[in-house]
Design a protein around this ligand. Structure first.
Ligand code: CA
Length: 220
């Protein structure tokens, strides 16, 4: 999935960006509120990780502006431990959840998975389609109830993109958006390569190719 990271602190931003990458998220990092709104209007994100204290529009303004333009992207607000008021204000303004600074990276990632899951309308952590299961916490997949298969970071990101919308056809560029962040070089056949690797691990029927349109996993 693709995440917009809005954080003006260099060290923290870098740490979170790296953790997101390790967790197979394509992460785009901006450092101020105006850049965040611009990015969110030009790119579809699965979630926004939003610091509140930001230059050029603070996080609360960003959140309000997003909701005002009917952008329902899941927003996880990052706030200081003692800022009870901003937490309440943030939730009222349309945040989906918040994490307190300083936070543990595993907690941040778990909350991120949870807001994305809830927005997708599923309460269970494991993504399921007709024949596949994918566990976002372990990056393991199963086909037809078979053994759990470990996926690489990018294999996971690609399969997750398909399994968040079973039955929908995703084009190459839509999949690239989900697997690669800004500034990451994408080889022209990278998506085919990942699909091939996934089919090899899970079986050829795991992912359907719709000629000329893209790929999908079956809904039922
Ligand atoms: Ca800040």
């Amino acid at each position: 999935m693709r995440v917009l990271l809005v954080e003006d602190d260099d060290m923290l931003g870098r740490a979170v960006r790296d953790a997101l990458k390790d967790a197979a998220c394509a992460a785009d990092w901006v450092r101020d509120g105006a850049a965040a709104l611009h990015a969110a209007s030009t790119q579809h994100y699965d979630a926004v990780l939003l610091d509140l204290g930001l230059p050029r529009k603070d996080g609360m303004e960003v959140l309000r502006a997003l909701r005002q333009r009917n952008d329902a992207v899941p927003v996880l607000v990052v706030t200081a431990r003692d800022a009870l008021l901003s937490r309440v204000e943030g939730l009222d303004a349309g945040a989906d959840d918040y994490v307190l600074k300083p936070f543990d990276m595993p907690e941040l990632l778990a909350r991120l998975r949870a807001v994305v899951r809830r927005k997708g309308g599923t309460a269970t952590p494991v993504l399921r389609s007709a024949r596949l299961e994918l566990d976002p916490a372990t990056h393991e997949a199963r086909m037809d109830g078979g053994p759990a298969v470990a996926l690489s970071r990018r294999e996971f990101a690609l399969l997750q993109a398909l399994m968040l919308r079973p039955g929908a056809i995703l084009s190459r560029s839509e999949l690239e958006d989900r697997v690669y962040g800004w500034g990451e070089e994408v080889e022209s056949n990278a998506i085919e390569f990942l699909i091939h690797a996934l089919r090899k691990k899970l079986g050829a029927e795991a992912i359907r190719n719709v000629r000329g349109a893209g790929w999908m996993v079956s809904k039922d």
